[in-house]
Design a protein around this ligand. Structure first.
Ligand code: GDP
Length: 360
């Protein structure tokens, strides 16, 4: 499964948030492999449609999609030089498909800040610098090798050009996520290098309760990290919310002027950042969301349920979620002509409620 690595300076609230994330793993029974790794938190993706589907089909169980977060504790200044456990952290980050940086924006004199003061922009800079230095080290090793290979016709010149352009960008202090497209660098050429600053970034600002509704602060932080997504949450509040039942949690949230927990926001943004989407299946046993990549075809989507479904794919019977809700039942949706038969080239759309037909 695709994972999001959580990074941040010490004392920003990473562990507090991560503990809340692992407690959200209420689904362990449905996902037997989910809790094997202690540093992985598998979080349900909130999806209001599942409850409504279950209403229509009389489903016993709801099974949401999930998002996996990996705790990559302890990045510090000097990590790229292999100080302390630096190298191991960088190896972990390399394996992640997206990076979520927790940034401290709460003020609490009892909690020491590593740099002696709360300065989100500086904290972001520190981590970016370490990741850029690590990418530069990678490129310094790779470019001479590529040059030789291009001469010997063993590598594509376009790959070398992309590597050199990436190096130039990083030397200018720009991450690949921010600058590659503008500089005309085809990241596809550099995929094998797992360059860290090319991964999609999400920023979680750990704010005071006041900060949750501080538009001015939030606008400033959003501008700071654009085009990356920013989420504002209070890690301590999240750790309290996770202990409550749904009703109590909703009450506590509304008492601080919020509609949705930070965790739910993070799951949604993370899922989207990874380039994922869901489709839905429903029956008396369960209503379920299945995870696929954006742009996948119907047979690929069927393969997520079972490889036999993909191999023996005939067609997919599909009704859009909204159409199904409007008509109120599968039978009614059919009689109104809202149920479509799609073939093997069909590209899945968000909210498709699907039944696959296949040969065994
Ligand atoms: P980590 O080093 O980034 O993993 O940070 P921790 O999660 O261990 O938090 C460091 C300290 O800050 C702990 O004493 C937490 O209780 C405290 N802390 C974490 N989040 C918040 C917060 O949102 N507000 C306040 N006031 N303190 C927090």
């Amino acid at each position: 499964a695709l994972t999001i690595g959580i990074v941040g300076l010490p004392n920003v609230g990473k562990s507090t948030l991560f503990n809340a994330l692992t407690k959200a793993e209420v689904l362990a029974a449905n996902y037997p492999f989910a809790t094997i790794e202690p540093n992985v938190g598998v979080v349900p993706l909130p999806d209001e449609r599942l409850g409504k589907l279950a209403g229509v089909f009389g489903s016993e169980k709801l099974i949401p999609a999930t998002v996996s977060f990996v705790d990559i504790a302890g990045i510090v200044k000097g990590a790229s030089e292999g100080e302390g456990l630096g190298n191991k952290f960088l190896a972990n980050i390399r394996e992640a498909d997206a990076i979520c940086q927790v940034v401290r924006a709460f003020v609490d004199d009892d909690v020491i800040h590593v740099a002696g003061r709360v300065d989100p922009a500086d904290d972001i800079e520190v981590i970016h610098t370490e990741l850029m230095l690590a990418d530069l080290q990678t490129l310094e090793k790779v470019i001479p090798r590529l040059e030789k290979e291009v001469k010997g016709k063993k590598a594509d010149k376009a790959v070398l050009d992309a590597a050199v352009a990436a190096q130039k960008l990083l030397e200018e202090g720009v991450t690949l996520a921010k600058g590659a497209a503008k500089a005309g660098i085809e990241m596809e050429h550099l995929r094998e290098l797992s360059l860290m600053t090319s991964k999609p970034f999400i920023f979680v600002f750990n704010v005071d309760e006041d900060g949750l509704s501080d538009e001015k602060l939030q606008t400033k932080m959003r501008e700071l990290v654009a085009p990356a997504d920013a989420i504002f949450l209070n890690a301590k509040l999240e750790s309290e919310l996770i202990e409550l039942d749904a009703e109590e949690a909703a009450e506590l949230l509304s008492s601080v002027g919020q509609e949705e927990s930070g965790m739910d926001q993070l799951a949604k943004v993370g899922f989207h950042t990874l380039g994922l989407q869901t489709y839905l299946t429903a029956g008396p046993k369960e209503s379920r969301a299945w995870t696929i990549r954006q742009g996948w075809t119907a047979p690929q989507a069927a393969g997520v349920i079972h490889t036999d479904f993909q191999r023996g794919f005939i067609k997919a019977e599909i009704v859009g979620f909204d159409d199904l809700m409007e008509t109120g039942s599968m039978a009614e949706a059919k009689s109104k002509g809202k149920v479509r038969m799609e073939g093997k080239d069909y590209v899945m759309q968000d909210g498709d409620v699907v039944e696959f037909r296949f040969n065994v």
